[in-house]
Design a protein around this ligand. Sequence first.
Ligand code: SAM
Ligand code: SF4
Length: 364
Amino acid sequence: MYQPQEIAVYIHWPFCKSKCPYCDFYKELARNTDQNTLIDEYINALQRYRQILPDRVVKSVFFGGGTPSLIKPENVAKIIDKIAQFWPIKANAEISLEANPNTHFQTIFTDLKNAGINRLSLGVQALNEADLRFLGRTHTLKTARHCLAEIAQVFDNHSADLIYARPQQKFADWEKELTEICSYGLKHLSLYQLTIEKNTVFAQKGVQPLNEDDAATMYDLTRDFLAARNYALYEVSNFAQAGFESVHNLTYWQGGDYIGVGKSAHGRFVLNGTHYAAEYPFTHIPLTPQERAEELVFMGLRLTSGIDKAEFQKICGFDLSEVINTEKSKNLQNAGFLAETPTHFFATRSGLLLLNQIIEQLLI
Ligand SMILES: C[S@@+](CC[C@H](N)C(=O)[O-])C[C@H]1O[C@@H](n2cnc3c(N)ncnc32)[C@H](O)[C@@H]1O
Ligand code: SF4
């Protein structure tokens, strides 16, 4: 029976200093957060996971948000230490934290490194003052630049998030930001096309993103621009220097086991041959192999390498051809949107631009 040994651990910190007008992630304003009580709740939840999944090895820990750089470094250390008490942590485990420049203080990055963080991901979003203001960011360009320089110095593994396809954005302007972000020598970049999500301030204000054609062109040009600078696209929105793809996020896309604690954290794991979907604080609902197989298709096709057919079969017990509509798949391959080798099934460059429509057709 398939029983993965490794597990990824997600720590969700849903608090932010202010709410960005484009953001649809679950978050609360960090006003009266009783941090110590919450950390104890997280540790209790991790302990319960330890009881049901005792024989695992931790390959990654990811502090995501919200704004986990609001967690006091001593509390970050406390959580990492507890995880290490509950399970062995692999020697080269990736321990990441997402930081917002608006939480910067002089020793924050060295404090986080001393707490056990070995990969820092910075939410920069834009590298010009006007767009930072448009995006409702509460840090200055100067602070963002200062943080970028600092994380490049303090950590060996780092990433930054930027949002592009902003209203009326021109590639020439975006290219300047790309040139600058490359100059810091970060190992990884997450570049997201601005989406206007329902119930956000941007949606209420009727903000219109760049039109689809221009956004697709910008995506293509970005991919080439970064490839020429040794950042390869490996997932729809993620670029990395070779060997620096995010171990933690690959777990989601490749169907590995993970647990999560924190308000909107969730998990997926296999226990005694059954797949479970977990919701925080502590419910886990069995998934049928078919349900898990469909998740593996839509997650796996986000990767440029696509779905590893042998791994797919190992995880859910199905041959890929039993889960996808093979006739539609052939048509999509003939149209140049999908391709396969004996070992992998993947979206082509043009297919990645239409991934949602492609997956809709495949999974019926
Ligand atoms: C949960 S946030 C974590 C970073 C941190 N909270 C910060 O903002 O600095 C993850 C990333 O999602 C991206 N994001 C959030 N809403 C988005 C939207 N509507 N369109 C495109 N990207 C978005 C941003 O790049 C953000 O950094
Ligand atoms: S983008 Fe980051 S800082 Fe802004 S509201 Fe969303 S989670 Fe919070």
